[in-house]
Design a protein around this ligand. Structure first.
Ligand code: ATP
Ligand code: ATP
Ligand code: MG
Ligand code: MG
Ligand code: MG
Ligand code: MG
Length: 253
């Protein structure tokens, strides 16, 4: 009888804790493919950069910005994407687990649905999953530093991976390639690419070197050749987001 009373009072609800993200801070939800080293092998991604796989990620990010209110910018590289929510967003009343789980599950299901659009000849071998986390950044400087950190990481990894895979494709074992690259500086890697393989790093596709940024842009929409009106559209571009230039034209409200 005691038990039945307790259940009626729904006391079990009291065990749920609500973790709200700090108010007036930029929220970054970063998602990352789980075990994509393996996934990319199983699916036969081109190495070091499969452009179709990156475009699939980008199109999922576009869908996220179109779906959720309050996401104002996204930056992606490899199997990860960072979504920046505006400071005063009230999405899910800023509840941490709801925001993260909704974003990460929408991203994953979109990835699976759009797969055949980007890989019409490749069967999806197993359901991929992504993990996600939310972090609050209290100032404009820090959110800018966060994004710069991700793009610096993109540069460093891409340079390493480009060298590594050129060495492997030229016949070196993975161990040999690793030891040749150990401790090398950026400049040495660029020299290696140009001297051994005739590759000018700065000429590689910008999507590989800079990663991808997704944001809203005012676009003129034409109707029968006439300018009808201007609309905000979600676009994918590959700007330098470390320096100030891009941010002088785009504000993270
Ligand atoms: P974790 O589950 O810890 O994230 P992971 O295997 O996903 O492990 P990451 O550090 O996230 O490791 O690295 C992602 C890996 O996925 C890269 O090292 C690369 O091998 C592969 N990968 C992701 N995107 C691409 C792509 N577009 N082209 C080729 N390989 C890719
Ligand atoms: P929220 O995003 O807040 O969860 P919701 O619309 O998903 O909103 P829920 O309280 O989760 O609301 O209720 C789920 C609703 O989904 C039900 O009210 C019902 O209309 C519908 N639904 C779920 N499963 C089934 C099912 N198997 N058959 C018919 N309807 C279903
Ligand atoms: Mg991970
Ligand atoms: Mg990963
Ligand atoms: Mg990753
Ligand atoms: Mg719900």
């Amino acid at each position: 009888e005691q038990n039945v009373n307790n259940i009626k009072q729904e006391y079990v609800k009291l065990f749920q804790s609500e973790n709200k993200l700090l108010p007036f801070t930029w929220i970054v939800v970063r998602i990352d493919g789980s075990h994509f080293h393996r996934f990319s092998e199983v699916q036969g991604f081109e190495k070091p950069n499969d452009e179709q796989a990156l475009k699939l990620m980008n199109s999922c990010a576009v869908a996220i910005l179109e779906e959720f209110d309050g996401i104002v910018f996204a930056y992606g590289v490899s199997d990860e994407y960072s979504f920046v929510l505006k400071k005063n967003t009230q999405l899910y009343q800023r509840r941490d687990s709801e925001i993260v789980s909704a974003v990460v599950s929408f991203f994953s299901s979109t990835y699976v649905i759009k797969w055949k659009e980007y890989f019409p000849k490749k069967e999806l071998k197993y359901p991929p999953n992504f993990d996600g986390r939310a972090v609050c950044y209290p100032s404009y400087e820090i959110i800018r530093d966060y994004l710069a950190w991700r793009q610096v990481d993109c540069h460093i990894n891409n340079q390493y991976n480009t060298c590594f895979w050129m060495l492997v494709k030229s016949g070196k074992s993975t161990r040999e390639a690793q030891s040749l690259l150990k401790g090398t500086q950026a400049q040495e890697k660029n020299q290696m690419l140009s001297q051994l393989f005739g590759i000018d790093y700065s000429m590689l596709p910008i999507i590989f070197r800079n990663g991808s940024s997704v944001f809203f842009k005012e676009m003129m929409v034409t109707d029968n050749g006439f300018v009808a009106n201007s609309q905000k559209k979600v676009v994918v571009e590959h700007p330098n987001i470390i320096e100030d230039g891009f941010w002088e034209a785009y504000a993270l409200y």
